[in-house]
Design a protein around this ligand. Structure first.
Ligand SMILES: NC(=O)c1ccc[n+]([C@@H]2O[C@H](COP(=O)([O-])OP(=O)(O)OC[C@H]3O[C@@H](n4cnc5c(N)ncnc54)[C@H](OP(=O)(O)O)[C@@H]3O)[C@@H](O)[C@H]2O)c1
Length: 306
């Protein structure tokens, strides 16, 4: 008899790696996708077609599952509404569906470290507000993971930073001394898988990165890149006035042409924040056997070439 889990966000950067891992480790996955058929090559995966805002689809998604991994999220948008529709209302909807499913007892919400600073951006506020919904569904053993920036092959958000290193440049959108955490997607997925297989439910909110003490700053990454690429890599700081103007223009254009922008004034505020580091010791204690193993320097040559 297979154990069954419901997954949202299965078509995204993290979700694609996660669904492959779950299927390979013998889990039956009911996966939400806005466009199906998505991937038909994975055994034990059943695709459910729909959106985070369709209650009947979400009830179908969670039916017969023992746990929900909620990994869907809006990471780009041109208004508060774009973020709140998926990240707040969508999270409320899936929590309601999960708590109404008799088989389902565990819920994992992939939030973001940005939820620590809700005033910075629409994205940060939407993740914060979504987290606040969880105590209202006390029948579920719920967990929140707040990842730092997740990187790996297939990630579009950080691709420009890695690709610029090919030309010896590390783009710096904030202060070169700003500190931040990073985690490779395989380690992120390993933590989620470990959460799912834990004998006792893990509850609470946990920040997550690769465990590098004090995180990274742009200068340390440029030095690391120089070492592994065996060529000079220089930090190129984008002037604050320039990036702010670009973000305002991008937002204006997004309204005009109706697309979801990644670079907005809110994103610039996130870049300017001096400290996105975190401490993973409590998560390591809870997830016995989990510890990040991928080092940035090991995969950097591959990411720069991608
Ligand atoms: N990547 C990071 O560095 C990072 C860091 C911290 C937190 N996170 C969080 O981790 C989660 C996954 O991130 P990611 O990098 O994998 O993002 P992604 O590549 O943009 O994927 C987002 C996923 O959410 C789905 N989705 C968005 N809106 C939806 C809606 N209204 N209904 C149903 N599905 C919807 C997307 O479906 P479509 O394929 O149909 O668009 C996609 O599967 C997000 O919640 C994000 O906030 C990511």
């Amino acid at each position: 008899m297979f154990r069954t889990v419901a997954l949202t966000g299965a078509t995204g950067f993290i979700g694609r790696v996660l669904i492959a891992k779950l299927a390979a480790s013998g889990w039956k996955v009911r996966a939400l996708a806005r466009r199906v058929p998505f991937r038909q090559d994975l055994p034990l995966v059943e695709w459910i077609c729909g959106d985070m805002n369709c209650d009947s689809v979400l009830c179908d998604l969670v039916s017969g599952t023992e746990a929900v991994i909620h990994c869907a999220g809006a990471i780009r948008g041109k208004s508060w509404d774009d973020f709140s529709r998926t990240n707040v209302t969508g999270t409320r909807n899936i929590l309601r569906a999960a708590s109404g499913a008799p088989s389902c007892s565990r819920f994992l919400f992939i939030s973001s470290l940005a939820a620590r600073e809700p005033h910075l951006s629409w994205y940060a506020r939407s993740k914060f507000e979504a987290e606040q919904l969880i105590p209202g569904f006390s029948g579920l053993a719920s967990t929140v993971f707040r990842p730092a920036a997740v990187y790996g092959l297939g990630d579009k958000a950080m691709q420009p930073f890695f690709q610029a290193m090919r030309y010896g440049i590390l783009l710096v959108p904030g202060d070169p001394g700003n500190r931040f955490g990073l985690i490779h997607v395989d380690d992120m997925v390993a933590a989620i898988h470990n959460w799912l297989e834990a004998g006792q439910p893990v509850k609470g909110t946990y920040e997550i990165d690769d465990g590098t003490s004090g995180g990274y700053d742009y200068t340390s990454i440029a030095a690391l890149a120089e070492q592994v690429l065996s060529r000079p890599v220089h930090c190129l700081q984008i002037p604050l006035g320039g990036i702010r103007m670009l973000a305002r223009f991008n937002l204006w254009l997004a309204h005009l042409l109706n697309y979801a922008p990644i670079l907005t004034p809110g994103k610039v505020m996130e870049f300017q924040h001096p400290d996105w580091t975190c401490d993973i010791s409590s998560l390591k204690r809870e997830l016995a056997g989990w510890s990040p193993v991928t080092k940035l320097e090991t995969v950097l040559p591959l990411l720069v070439r991608m």
